[in-house]
Each structure stands twice: as structure tokens, then as C-alpha cells.
Write a protein that binds this ligand. Structure first.
Ligand code: ADP
Length: 602
């Protein structure tokens, strides 16, 4: 299909496809798709490095092993990855590679994809992987875009796509405000299920900026949303996990036969084991409990703008006490105007065609033409509860924010329906959206990758991180998109670097910039909360206190739980014994190369 044809082809919908768009977002998704394919020039290449076979097994043995897997799971549930790598787009994403790759596209690729249909079949896959010493890499939806998408860390891993056949909502409990889901349940699907049951006014989900990811994948990777329940990991309760040796466990109250509180009390008895299954490679999550939020009885979005880059420090110091005391109730965002302009969905070339970052006066002039008007920073928040309670909180916020000269409260009534504000409004009340995709069109063949350090909610820290980001983006000629997401006692700075995935120089600059950002931030005491496959070793390496004691502990767990090193080797920088000391870690020096030199023989 040509890009023009692809732009016009329809978008898969729920419930027909588990990863589809809900019908109420279909028109928007169609427009988004057209916009994305209009800007696409990257040609579909013939495969360059076939066949893909994981290191440590001969090609013939691998093909025999795959035939055996087909016997176990059915012919149609095992696919070899030997077709051209189609990048697709958000709603039709590949499960074979990273569609937003910053390396050569053949680096982080799967050798095959397998679709188990039950926990028992996941166990069979795991036992098969141990028998043949084949690395496997679980995904739920595979839309972890900006962090590697569906791609495995080790080239040639067999991707275990859990979502395609395991996508049931097993329970929604309208009295306890909880649910129990399988890996293939997206935020879109969970929201639709509440609507179908007439519960969407009764209880809310907590959705990330985009709702297409799975509840499980996003939670185990410690993603966030924007209602007061924003911290997904903190809000989950109860896991079912297939261990790398094939046993199944249930955590928390799930370990008590006939229990009635698996989704109500996360801890159960004894060590709290859930933690080792998030941002790790210690198990495959096949079920997860999640809490849902009672409708707070009202909500009201608000937006303020601040005129100067230098207002950031004062604003953050104003936010801290308001956020810690829950006057500011949700993970709110302080966004820089550059990203606001990009969120209009127009390519950068509309504003500027010169080299280097778009000059700030160009950005500011563009902002002046928008309904929001000229600004440096925008704060998006929501007040919850009945009107009189909201009024009290909003008055406090207004008084504090207006201490900054030039602060403006934007009247939502002045904003048109497709203004970014309304997307933030929907997301903050648990209605999933697709608007956030728009800034990816900033570059042709737009892809993105994030730098996301954790910081105290302090003006001096915000100023430092902003200066660090600005300096390094200028050094590499990259536009700087900072957004501060304020949690309860810390904030994440989320910097999305948008690059052209078909432009080698652009990709190299983005990666070099990221490597500098990670190292320099770590030297000043800031570490990432989550990262892309390509940066995992580097980021894990910054958590090095006491001679890397934490990684030594993780490696000990890995070797005990996964003696054959089959499960997602290298994920989050944790390498199993078979791989260690063979150059698998990716650093600045490894350049494009993601593979090491072999594995310990079986
Ligand atoms: P999303 O569902 O948001 O699209 P992914 O499915 O891509 O996210 O998951 C994000 C990452 O979390 C994956 O790369 C994988 O390493 C890990 N992961 C996802 N689902 C599971 C699971 N069920 N069990 C263990 N790890 C998982």
C-alpha cells in the first residue's frame, strides 16, 4: 500500500480488535492517521539481515524448536518475523520491532511472535524457551512508544504477544471500585466496558495521555495517568505471574485460596513480592487487579499561563505545598510553549526551515496567534468534587498562581473544541483520548524518545534541569519539549525528543543528546523513572550506589528465578548470567550495535 492509500484506509475499532479505537474516537483517529501518513517518506525496505536467529542456538535447531511451539499452540499462533518491517502508526502498531527506532531498524527485532491464549499456554511457552534456551520477551499491547514499543532488548527474542488472545476484563466490581484484567485490555477497552455496563458516571478509569496502551503493560512499566489516582503501580492490587521457570503464583491476597480481597488489599502476608515484577524481567504478568476511582461528584479543568521561561522556579515553589496538601489534586503538568506549538499537529517546517532549534521568538510569535496567546509555561490542572469544594480550592490556587507577575487564567469558554486544553480535560476525568499524538508530526517520519528524570518539587531543581536540557538540546540542534509532571512529593521532567526515523544524522544527534542528558543529570543527582531499551544499561548504571549493590542484588534474583536466562534478557539493564561479561550492555561506545558476543553455552 502507498502512504496515500494507507492514509485513507480505515482504523480498526473496538470491540472487533482488542487494540482498536473506541467508536467515539474513530473520526479523530482517522484524522490523526491521515496527518501521520501525509508526513511519511520513509520507504518500506526489503529485510536486510534475515534470518533473525537469537544467539546461542543454531538456525536449524531454532526452526525445529519453532515447529514444536506450533504443535503446542497451533499453527496460527506462531509467526516468523521475516516480512518487511512495517512501522504502521499508533493504532496499527507492529509487534515485531520498535516502530520508532533510534537505531538501525534491524537491531531490536524479534525472530518470531507467539500468541498464547491462556496462563497455561504462557507456561508452555516458558517451558519451551527453557528447553531450547531461546530468549522470550513478553508484551501486553506493545504500545510502549518512546520506550521501545513492542521491541525486545535482545535481537532475535521470541516476542510473547499476550494481548491478542488474552484480553478479557475478568471482573468489574462496582461496589469495591476494582477490576481484574488480562494483558490485552487497553485503557480504551476498559473505559468502553464501563460505558457498556452503564458505570462510566459511577466510576472512572485513570488513563495516560493516550489510551491505547494496556492497563497491565503501562502499570508494570510504572506509567502514570492524570486523575488523582495517577500512579498506576500504586493503584494496582494483585498479580498473577508466570515465573521464568514456568510456575504460576498469585501475589497479595491472591495466595489465599477462596480469598475475597485480592483486588482490595494489595499486600497479603509476608514479603510484598509485586515490586520485583515491575520494570524487571522476573515474571510474566497474566492477570492484574486495578482500582477504579469513584466519581468525585464534579470536576473543573483550569489552565494558567506564565509569560517568562524564568517564571518556572517560582511556579514550582508555589506548586509544592499546594500539591503535597492535595489542593492541586492530580498529576498536573507544567508545559513549555514549544511543545504546545507542536501539539497543534503542524510540522516544524511550517514555522521554521532553518538549521538548529526553532528560535524562541518564532515559537512565541506562533503562540501569540493561538487562542491561548503568548506564554512560556502553561499549567493544566483539574479540581474535583462538588462546586463549593472546588471553589475553595480554586480560589487558593488562583491567589497563589497570581503571585507570578503576568500570570493569566485562561477562560475555557474562550477555547475552541479542538484546543489541546480539552484533551487534558478529558484525560484528567478519565476519558481516554488520542490528541497527544499530534506533536509527533513535528518531524517528518516523526518518532519520539523520552528523557524523564525525577526531581524534588523545587524551583532551584526545575531551573537546573531546564538549563541542562536547553544547553544540551542547543548543542545538538534539537527542539526542546520540557513538561514537568508534578507527583505528590517529586516531579518527573518529561522531555520528548522528536526525530525523523529515516534520517541517520538526526537519530544520531538525538541519541547523543540523550546520553549526555542521562549522564549529566545523574552527576547532579537526578535519575530516570523509566527509559527506552537503548538507554537501559546506561540508566541502570547510574543507580550505582555502594559499588552497584542494587544491580548485584537484581542479578542474584535474576539468576535464582531465571537460571537459564530466557526471560527478557537485558530489560532494565538486568542481564542473566549467560549474557554477562560478553559485551551486551549498550553504552555510548556501542553505537548502533545492540548485541554482544554470544552467550554461555547451554
Ligand atoms: P503497553 O501495554 O502500554 O502498550 P507494552 O505491552 O509495550 O505496553 O509493555 C511495556 C513493557 O512492559 C514491555 O516492553 C514489557 O517489557 C513489559 N510488560 C508488558 N506486559 C507485561 C506482562 N504482562 N508481563 C511482564 N512484563 C510485561
Amino acid at each position: 500500500m502507498s502512504f496515500a492509500e494507507e492514509a485513507k484506509s480505515d482504523v480498526p475499532t473496538l470491540p472487533g480488535t482488542h487494540s482498536g479505537i473506541p467508536p467515539f474516537l474513530l473520526e479523530k483517529a482517522r484524522r490523526a492517521k491521515a496527518g501521520i501518513f501525509e508526513g511519511r517518506t520513509k520507504p518500506q525496505k526489503e529485510r536486510q539481515r534475515l534470518p533473525v536467529v537469537p544467539q546461542g542456538i543454531e538456525r536449524d535447531d531454532f526452526l525445529k524448536a519453532l515447529a514444536e511451539l506450533k504443535e503446542l499452540l497451533g499453527d496460527g499462533n506462531v509467526e516468523i518475523n521475516d516480512k518487511p518491517l512495517r512501522d504502521g502508526w499508533y493504532m496499527e502498531h507492529p509487534n515485531t520491532h520498535d516502530m520508532m527506532t533510534i537505531l538501525d531498524e534491524e537491531e531490536f527485532v524479534a525472530s518470531a511472535v507467539v500468541y498464547p491464549g491462556s496462563t497455561e499456554e504462557v507456561q508452555q511457552v516458558v517451558l519451551w524457551a527453557n528447553k531450547h534456551r531461546v530468549p522470550i520477551f513478553p508484551i501486553s499491547m506493545g504500545r510502549n512508544l518512546g520506550y521501545g514499543g513492542a521491541a525486545p532488548r535482545v535481537r532475535g527474542s521470541v516476542t510473547v504477544d499476550l494481548g491478542r488472545r488474552m484480553n478479557k476484563i475478568l471482573d468489574i466490581n462496582a461496589e469495591d471500585y476494582t477490576c481484574l484484567v488480562e494483558p490485552g485490555v487497553s485503557f480504551y477497552a476498559l473505559y468502553e466496558a464501563l460505558k457498556e455496563r452503564g458505570l462510566e458516571e459511577h466510576m472512572w478509569i485513570d488513563t495516560p495521555d493516550l489510551g491505547g496502551g494496556s492497563v497491565i503493560g503501562n502499570t508494570v512499566d510504572r506509567g502514570v495517568g492524570y486523575t488523582p489516582y495517577g500512579d498506576h503501580w500504586a493503584c494496582h492490587s494483585g498479580l498473577e505471574v508466570v515465573l521464568p521457570t514456568g510456575e504460576v503464583i498469585r501475589t497479595g491476597m491472591g495466595a489465599l485460596p477462596n480469598n475475597n480481597t485480592w483486588q482490595a488489599f494489595p499486600y497479603g502476608f509476608g514479603p510484598y513480592s509485586d515490586g520485583i515484577f515491575s520494570q524487571s524481567n522476573f515474571g510474566i504478568v497474566t492477570k492484574m487487579g486495578m482500582t477504579l476511582m469513584p466519581n468525585p461528584g464534579g470536576y473543573e479543568s483550569f489552565m494558567y499561563t506564565f509569560p517568562n521561561d524564568d517564571d518556572l522556579a517560582q511556579l514550582i515553589d508555589i506548586i509544592r505545598p499546594l500539591r503535597i496538601s492535595n489542593i492541586l489534586e492530580n498529576v498536573a503538568q507544567v508545559r513549555h510553549v514549544t511543545q504546545y506549538i507542536a501539539a497543534s499537529g503542524h510540522p516544524r517546517s511550517k514555522f521554521y526551515t532553518g538549521p538548529g532549534p526553532v528560535p524562541q521568538d518564532v515559537i512565541r510569535a506562533a503562540a501569540a496567534e493561538t487562542p491561548v496567546g503568548d506564554h512560556a509555561w502553561a499549567y493544566y490542572g483539574m479540581a474535583y468534587g462538588p462546586a463549593h469544594i472546588r471553589a475553595h480550592k480554586l480560589a487558593l490556587i488562583d491567589r497563589e498562581f497570581r503571585r507570578i507577575p503576568g500570570a493569566r487564567r485562561i477562560d475555557p469558554a474562550t477555547l475552541p473544541a479542538d484546543e489541546y486544553f480539552w484533551s487534558r480535560d478529558r484525560v484528567a476525568r478519565g476519558v481516554p483520548d488520542i490528541h497527544e499524538l499530534r506533536w509527533v508530526n513535528w518531524a517528518p517520519n516523526g518518532a519520539h524518545i523520552a528523557f524523564s528524570p525525577v526531581s524534588p518539587i523545587r524551583g532551584a531543581d526545575a531551573r537546573r534541569l531546564f538549563a541542562l536540557g536547553r544547553r544540551l538540546h542547543d548543542k545538538y540542534g534539537i527542539d526542546f519539549f520540557p513538561a514537568f509532571c508534578v507527583g505528590l512529593r517529586e516531579m518527573h521532567l518529561i522531555v520528548e525528543i522528536v526525530f525523523d526515523r529515516d534520517d541517520a544524522a538526526n537519530k544520531a544527534a538525538a541519541l547523543a543528546c540523550l546520553r549526555d542528558l542521562v549522564d549529566e543529570a545523574a552527576r547532579e543527582g537526578y535519575g530516570e523513572y523509566r527509559t527506552h531499551l537503548v538507554l537501559m544499561d546506561q540508566v541502570a548504571g547510574t543507580y550505582s550506589w555502594n559499588d552497584g549493590a542494587l544491580m548485584k542484588f537484581n542479578e542474584r534474583l535474576k539468576d535464582a528465578l531465571d537460571p537459564n536466562g530466557i526471560l527478557a534478557p537485558g530489560r532494565c539493564g538486568i542481564w542473566p548470567r549467560r549474557y554477562r561479561g560478553r559485551g551486551w550492555e549498550m553504552t555510548r561506545e556501542s553505537g548502533e550495535r545492540s548485541e554482544g558476543n554470544g552467550v554461555e553455552p547451554a
